[in-house]
Design a protein around this ligand. Structure first.
Ligand code: NAD
Length: 172
């Protein structure tokens, strides 16, 4: 049987309801989704607070009951964009289409003759990792922007506290 598989990559810092809406849409068009957890080597930074393992947990719990067949796999960055598509395809299940709105991701896959679709943005001003991290830093509400399951994972690892600690300076 021919399985139609799509690739969707993000940093998922954190995995939010915008990502989830896109995945629900993708799942209507293909049989399985390969989810790349990008910049997997990064964590404990203001723009990338969560580890690859924590992001695997977010996706596992968020999609647990969704019925979206998927493989979520960490993918570390490499320095050479020219070989990135080959690097990705060498470590992922085979896929025939990429969904992305990231200009670099779109450019690299198109140059490699892989079909790319740009999913519609879902309330981008709200459902944005930057917005969620900024709310965490300021101690504002952020849980309504992620699924309850993702909020639980972030609480389990004290994510908001981690982000506030990362923003501190040792210079009084
Ligand atoms: P991201 O988590 O910001 O976004 C993931 C995807 O979700 C993007 O396509 C984005 O447009 C989409 N999205 C975000 N909010 C949305 C919303 N509200 N509604 C609908 N869609 C929404 O991740 P990113 O930064 O785009 O991830 C790309 C990854 O690929 C990075 O980790 C990057 O380092 C990696 N990459 C690496 C190389 C290399 O190693 N040389 C090259 C290219 C890309």
């Amino acid at each position: 049987m021919h399985m139609r598989r799509a690739f969707y990559i993000g940093r998922f810092q954190p995995f939010h309801l915008g990502h989830q809406a896109v995945l629900e849409m993708i799942a209507k068009e293909v049989d399985e989704v390969v989810i790349g957890i990008g910049s997997a080597q990064r964590s404990h930074e203001l723009t990338d607070p969560f580890t690859a393992g924590e992001r695997v947990m977010m996706i596992r719990h968020a999609l647990g009951n969704s019925g979206i067949p998927h493989y979520a796999m960490p993918i570390e960055d490499i320095k050479q964009n020219t070989v990135w598509v080959a690097y990705v395809t060498a470590r992922t299940p085979p896929f025939e289409i990429v969904y992305s709105n990231n200009p670099l991701v779109i450019q690299l896959f198109k140059e490699a003759n892989v079909k790319v679709k740009q999913p519609p943005m879902y309330l981008r001003s709200q459902y944005s990792g930057t917005e969620i991290r900024s709310r965490m830093l300021k101690g504002e509400d952020w849980k309504h922007l992620v699924s309850p399951e993702v909020a639980d994972v972030i609480e389990e690892v004290n994510g908001a506290d981690r982000l506030r600690n990362l923003a501190m300076s040792d210079d009084p």
